[in-house]
Design a protein around this ligand. Structure first.
Ligand SMILES: [Zn+2]
Length: 61
């Protein structure tokens, strides 16, 4: 599994969205607009969609 990250538009930091998924599974999903997340870096709520997603190997694997 991979953790899905997005880039915080305020701080430029990569933040974890709370979702873990394989890139292929994520790409194949019909969801385009994801639920907004509360950002741990700047404490604002960010809207994000599929194109914003970046993947990172789960370090707990
Ligand atoms: Zn942020």
């Amino acid at each position: 599994m991979n953790r899905i990250l997005i880039k915080c538009p305020t701080t430029g930091k990569m933040i974890y969205t709370g979702f873990s998924m394989d890139p292929q599974t994520f790409e194949a999903s019909p969801i385009e607009e994801m639920d907004p997340i509360e950002c741990p870096a700047c404490h604002q709520t960010h809207r994000w969609n599929k194109r914003d997603a970046r993947f990172e190997r789960d370090p707990n694997e």
